[in-house]
Design a protein around this ligand. Structure first.
Ligand code: SAM
Ligand code: SF4
Length: 341
């Protein structure tokens, strides 16, 4: 479908079978990670994709260009852990040259400190850093890696480098880190951090294997915990840039967000697709399979053919909604480290 933008230029829009405009790509550049977060990966025995099966940077750039021409305006690089992909700064540079409204990365932050300056210069505008605890010892248990100090340094460096906003993702789990929720809120008092509380979802991590629904703290409960101490004021919907339910607190510089894929799926307004490091285009976080764009381009197809294929397939294949209940989600058992959360 073609539409006309404010400057009167004809632009392509990627529309699915449920009339949703798809303008957001989550780009997973590796399934590898230096951490083994308890909710995401098992502690050992993780099998990674052989490196030669990964999309090369040239292939990623080519597919992303086709998607941008089709109407993708926002890109988030994710993983696995994107900063462990060799020469990631080169890929950031290549994508940073494309005409995008938003270019961001989600990272565990461990290797970020020394890369952030170059990322910023290459056009990266926003960063989400995952941090589930402010306690060094607990961090070692949750990430199964002694990395708190490095991540903490990277958070402050990102702020200094002018990334705006710097978002901190906290997966809240009952009995694990729920005693720290208000401490996280306090981080947004003096600095413009966005603190985002994410509902824990059953996955392939260790806690997924022995899944206990008690770990889940739904957004309603999280909001109540925060609301008892702070006045949460909803942020104007038009200023929102993602699925988080966003709030401000009087006299706080930062904002508080709640992401509730588990209790309130936002499928009706879904605007996103995902490209895995293996070259599968996934229509939904919980899709079991995806469109094999790597195989398609390696078989010699042109950009025009790729573009037509994606436009046709998104209409027939992007589902209306993802499974909502725990039992359904467990059956799907999404490997977040492969699709990027
Ligand atoms: N390695 C990077 C990181 O941790 O930020 C990017 C990939 S990670 C899969 C993306 C996001 O998914 C992180 O914020 C992580 O906390 C979240 N995540 C992973 N497993 C999850 C789960 N079972 N439930 C909720 N969020 C999860
Ligand atoms: Fe690695 Fe991110 Fe998964 Fe943690 S959540 S194991 S940092 S991919």
């Amino acid at each position: 479908m073609t539409t006309v933008n404010e400057e009167g230029h004809r632009i392509m829009a990627l529309i699915d079978g449920f009339h949703r405009k798809i303008d957001y790509l989550r780009l997973s550049v590796t399934d590898r990670c230096n951490f083994r977060c308890v909710y995401c990966m098992p502690s050992d025995g993780v099998e990674f994709v052989p490196r030669d099966e990964l999309l090369t940077f040239d292939e990623i750039e080519r597919i992303v260009r086709v998607l941008v021409d089709l109407g993708i305006e926002k890109i988030r690089i994710t993983g696995g852990e994107p900063t462990v992909r060799k020469d990631i700064t080169e890929l950031v540079r290549r994508i940073g040259r494309m005409p995008l409204r938003s270019f961001a990365m989600t990272t565990n932050g461990y290797l970020l400190h020394d890369m952030i300056g170059e990322f910023r210069q290459s056009g990266l505008r926003r960063v989400n850093i995952s941090l589930d605890t402010l306690n060094r010892e607990k961090f070692k248990n949750m990430a199964r890696f002694d990395g708190f100090d490095q991540v903490w340094k990277a958070i402050w460096k990102s702020l200094e480098a002018g990334l705006d906003p710097v978002k901190i993702n906290m997966v809240a789990m009952r009995g694990i880190n729920d005693d720290e929720i208000l401490e996280f809120v306090e981080l947004a008092r003096k600095e413009p951090f966005h603190i985002r509380f994410i509902e824990y979802m059953p996955s392939s991590g260790d806690y997924g294997n022995t899944f206990d629904a008690n770990y889940i703290i739904k957004t309603d409960e999280l909001k109540q915990i925060v609301g008892k101490k702070y006045e949460l004021q909803p942020v104007d919907e038009t200023l929102k840039t993602g699925p988080a339910k966003l709030f401000k607190i009087p006299n706080f510089r930062g904002k508080i967000g709640f992401i509730d894929p588990y209790s309130d799926h936002f499928c009706s307004s879904c605007n996103r697709i995902r490209l895995t490091s293996l070259g599968k285009l996934k229509w939904c976080l919980f899709s079991n399979d995806g469109l094999d764009v790597k195989q398609f381009i390696r078989s010699g197809k042109s950009d025009g053919e790729l573009s037509d294929w994606i436009r046709t397939k998104i209409i027939t294949d992007k589902p209306e909604r993802h499974p909502a209940g725990v039992s359904e989600l467990i059956q799907v058992s999404t490997v977040f480290s492969q699709v990027g959360g």
